[in-house]
Design a binder for this molecule. Structure first.
Ligand SMILES: Nc1ncnc2c1ncn2[C@@H]1O[C@H](COP(=O)(O)OP(=O)(O)OP(=O)(O)O)[C@@H](O)[C@H]1O
Ligand SMILES: [Mg+2]
Length: 265
């Protein structure tokens, strides 16, 4: 499903955040990168319809405004940056909730097996019968991810999905995201801070700054030393590996330490 965003504008209490966002996402993994507070989460919330923005969001030629609410829920899955699932239920039950729109009064075998399959895909099947309120932060995050992928949406929006995950889980998660995106022809849009993960796993990188998309394209065309210096204020070394994928080694900040200044005055 092709996702086209044209001249999107949104602000909270009349403070503009998205000033004019234009971007296209095709069926592949698209990474949205950019400094804190540029509006990455706000953009994802507009795409899934939680926030109502000016401008147009078009899925396969049809404007989001023309979709019924149930169609939107069926088409798009959204994983928020902060999700707190602490209700007293098991991981298996919580995962099934991701399919809530297609669940009947009685749980069918196929719903149970879809939940188990999803947990296995993510390598957390041993957690199935554990109560949610006893999980670690990273385990809860994996369950939230299971909820967002169980119904195989056409558009998958994930906001910082690697939050709280250890290094191995981060890589495994992106392997799974890449595989399900390819297998199901999904349009996956992921907001990410880790430029190396974005470079390795995204086919398309969209850079936001100043309320706009300031660059988009292949990882090698967007993730450059000049961009990192200009947008993030960081000197970094960027080399291309054998597959032409950029690898970023941050060196130092080009600005005075703002955190230290805030503490010492
Ligand atoms: N509910 C809200 N009410 C008012 N302002 C908000 C609200 N949510 C976000 N903002 C503001 O909008 C701006 C963009 O926030 P957003 O969460 O979209 O940024 P982000 O790019 O996702 O940042 P981060 O990388 O830190 O997650 C910030 O200045 C933020 O303070
Ligand atoms: Mg955010």
């Amino acid at each position: 499903m092709k996702l086209e965003i044209k001249n999107l504008k949104f602000g909270y209490n009349s403070t503009p955040v998205l000033k004019s966002v234009n971007m296209v996402a095709e069926p592949m993994v698209t990474a949205i990168i950019g400094p804190n507070a540029v509006g990455k989460s706000t953009l994802l919330k507009c795409i899934c319809g939680i926030l109502k923005a000016e401008g147009s969001i078009v899925f396969n030629g049809k404007d989001l405004k023309e979709y019924r609410k149930d169609e939107v829920i069926k088409t798009i899955s959204y994983l928020p940056q902060e999700s707190s699932t602490s209700a007293v239920m098991t991981v298996l039950e919580a995962t099934m909730l991701g399919k809530i729109n297609s669940l009947g009064w009685r749980i069918k075998d196929e719903d149970l097996s879809a939940s188990m399959d999803t947990l296995e895909k993510l390598g957390i099947e041993d957690l199935a019968m554990r109560p949610m309120n006893e999980l670690s932060g990273g385990q809860k995050q994996m369950v939230s991810i299971a909820q967002s992928i169980i119904r195989k949406p056409k558009v998958l929006l994930m906001d910082e999905p690697t939050n709280s995950l250890d290094l191995q889980r981060q890589l495994e998660l992106f392997d799974v995201i890449q595989t399900i995106t390819e297998d199901n022809g999904m349009t996956t849009v992921v907001a990410l801070h880790d430029l190396n993960l974005a470079a390795r796993y995204a086919g398309n990188v969209v850079l936001m700054n100043g309320g706009k998309v300031v660059a988009s394209g292949s990882p090698a065309s967007v993730i450059t030393e000049a961009m990192i210096r200009k947008v993030y204020g960081v000197n970094a070394r960027v080399t291309l590996d054998g597959e032409g994928i950029p690898q970023v080694i941050p060196i130092n900040s080009t600005r005075k330490c703002r955190i230290k200044k805030a503490i010492t005055g």
